[in-house]
Write a protein that binds this ligand. Structure first.
Ligand code: ARG
Length: 585
């Protein structure tokens, strides 16, 4: 179903043609939400610019438009205001019909994308032998939400985990473990990720201080790249160890990813350098092979090279990303490639994309974007750390959210004098805790930093997951109390929109498809959060002002339809954010 704005736009375009001729068919009606609900729902602001073009007073243009406008089935008679605004007020009968239509549709009136695309989303992407940190958590949550939204839109989404599983650090780590913990290189599970991280740190210290060790580490890298069996086995073991621990987090958060780490592109790296050479784009600088593109400079203002092969012959993070772009375009056939990382990597991606463009590796019909996000801050406004100043372990952070959500629930049960089973408490605590973490992240414009606060994210009031979940559970409460089966509501029952609260709720329900379409474009999931927040507020107002179960028929059924549609919208919207609803909480 077309959005209301879209339907209005079509009518205006017709009016422009009949009023001013074919050449005006494509004129933008400049529709906006009415500044003041007193004047209606929308306003058309096109008369001013058309007036200039046609050399006529805008108010005269506005009346010509209205004379040619066939819109009586949607709006009350349009009114002209001020210099030439056209105010439009939607008719309740029209809204009633639209609500019935979306209520009868499992997709709530949201049409899938007209041209489904293959989309590659590169997200999460932690590094082997390092802890997954909050930056990876953001990437995981935001990337998953974007994937869910695009999948719902009918796109064919590849969820790629570009794990940092290759590079000189492995030589260092393997050389060190051979010395201090050789069994870790031959036995699975000899270490956990915590140990691995500690060894990694020690190995790095050794590497920086000890020349002989440095040499040994280099040899390990060479052996690894040459495919020496014992080094390879050691490397694989280390990767498996980390992978298992990442998987615990993914399972907890219900995240699906296909691993395709940096090592995957290893065999493709020489061709990247060769092709850049043949294109005449490679420049040797201090023995390193570089590409220069306009517009990239270092702090001193000098041209900044993208190094694709180091003096010692090793390849870089950037080389792998160039190979990955080629692979995603040529082998995966991706038409849209999305990278979800912190904004600290914005320059890296801008430069890599620029080099790939210069090499003509990105066809016209392929869109490639970096989706950056800001930092997670502690309550004092600095980067989130533990009390002892270390990076927060994700597992601890999620566990803590669950513990606190469970505690909040137990307190509430005491206050409400309710008895619930252990299973109920554990399940609700877990869902609320994890939802709160996800929602707190997604509800911010991703570009900004945000303060991580358990108290705020778990609050029952405000733009939080618990508030949204509560609105959903409230509808299910009505269902249970009235012993209603929403699936069996009279399909032909008429929706009746009488009171203001009903009209306000209905209009909001009809905007969901616009929001989803906008997010398909700009990849800002916080739009969905804001929409759901307002929906919950409008529903709560409706519920306070309009009796539902006690209303007389046919109003009762109509209001039940609104309740159910609100709940289904919440469930769908939260689902697109990776959040599950609760029937009771
Ligand atoms: N492993 C990287 C990190 O932890 C993120 C990788 C992002 N994806 C990419 N294709 N470079 O920062």
């Amino acid at each position: 179903m077309n959005s209301i704005a879209q339907q209005l736009k079509t009518r205006f375009e017709k009016a422009f043609t009949s009023a001013f001729g074919e050449s005006y068919a494509g004129t933008d009606p400049m529709l906006a939400a009415a500044g003041n609900p007193k004047f209606g729902d929308f306003q058309c602001n096109a008369a001013m610019s058309l007036g200039k073009k046609l050399g006529k007073p805008p108010r005269a243009i506005a009346s010509t438009i209205i004379e040619n406008l066939d819109i009586a089935d949607i709006c009350e008679t349009p009114e002209i205001a001020g210099p030439g605004f056209i105010n439009l007020k939607l008719k309740p009968a029209y809204l009633e019909a639209q609500i019935s239509e979306i209520a009868a549709d499992t997709r709530l009136g949201i049409e899938p994308a007209k041209t489904p695309q293959r989309v590659a989303i590169d997200f999460s992407s932690p590094n082997i032998a390092k802890e997954m940190h909050v930056g990876h958590l953001r990437s995981t949550i935001i990337g998953d939400a974007i994937a869910r939204i695009l999948e719902f839109q009918g796109h064919d989404v590849l969820r790629i985990n570009h794990i940092g599983d290759w590079g000189t650090q492995f030589g260092m780590l393997i050389a060190y473990l051979r010395e201090v913990h050789p069994e870790a290189l031959t036995t699975a599970d000899a270490l956990d990720l915590g140990d691995l991280v500690a060894f990694y740190r020690q190995a790095k210290q050794r590497f920086d201080a000890d020349e002989t060790f440095k040499e040994t580490a280099r040899q390990e890298v060479v052996k690894l790249q040459a495919g020496a069996e014992d080094t390879r086995r050691a490397w694989k073991l280390l990767c498996d160890q980390s992978r298992r621990e990442f998987q615990v987090i993914y399972d907890l958060l219900d995240i699906k990813l296909t691993e395709r780490g940096e090592s995957f592109y290893n065999p493709l790296l020489p061709a990247v350098v060769e092709d850049l050479t043949n294109l005449g784009l490679l420049v040797e600088s201090d023995g390193a092979k570089c590409v220069f593109v306009d517009g990239f400079t270092n702090k001193e203002g000098e041209p900044l090279p993208l190094i694709v092969q180091k003096t010692d012959g090793g390849y870089n993070y950037a080389t792998t990303d160039l190979a990955a772009i080629r692979y995603r375009i040529q082998n995966d056939n991706a038409k849209r490639i999305i990278y979800v990382t912190d904004s600290g990597q914005a320059n890296h991606f801008a430069q890599v994309f620029a080099v790939a463009r210069k090499a003509c590796w990105i066809p016209e019909d392929v869109e490639i974007v970096h989706v950056p996000f800001g930092l997670v801050l502690g309550e004092e406004g600095k980067r989130l750390k533990t009390r002892s100043g270390e990076a927060v372990r994700l597992q601890d952070l999620l566990d803590e959210a669950i513990v606190r959500a469970t505690q909040d629930l137990e307190d509430r049960l005491v206050r409400e004098e309710r008895q619930e089973t252990k299973e109920f408490i554990a399940n609700v605590g877990r869902v609320v805790g994890l939802s709160a973490v996800k929602y707190a992240d997604l509800s911010q414009n991703r570009a900004s930093n945000y303060v991580f606060s358990y108290d705020k994210m778990l609050a029952l009031q405000g733009n939080t997951a618990p508030y949204m979940l509560y609105a959903y559970a409230r509808v299910q409460g009505i269902r249970r109390k009235g012993e209603i089966n929403f699936d069996n509501l009279d399909a032909g029952a008429k929706v009746i929109l009488q009171s203001d609260a009903e009209l306000v709720l209905a209009k909001h329900l009809l905007q969901f498809n616009e929001v989803i379409n906008a997010v398909d474009g700009d990849l800002l999931p916080n739009r969905i959060c804001q929409y759901l927040f307002e929906l919950s507020q409008k529903f709560n107002q409706f519920f306070e002002q309009c009796p539902v179960l006690k209303a007389e028929e046919p109003l009762r059924t109509s209001r039940l339809i609104l309740c159910d549609l609100t709940a289904r919208t919440l469930k769908l919207g939260l689902g697109l954010l990776g959040i599950k609803v609760l029937e009771r909480m």
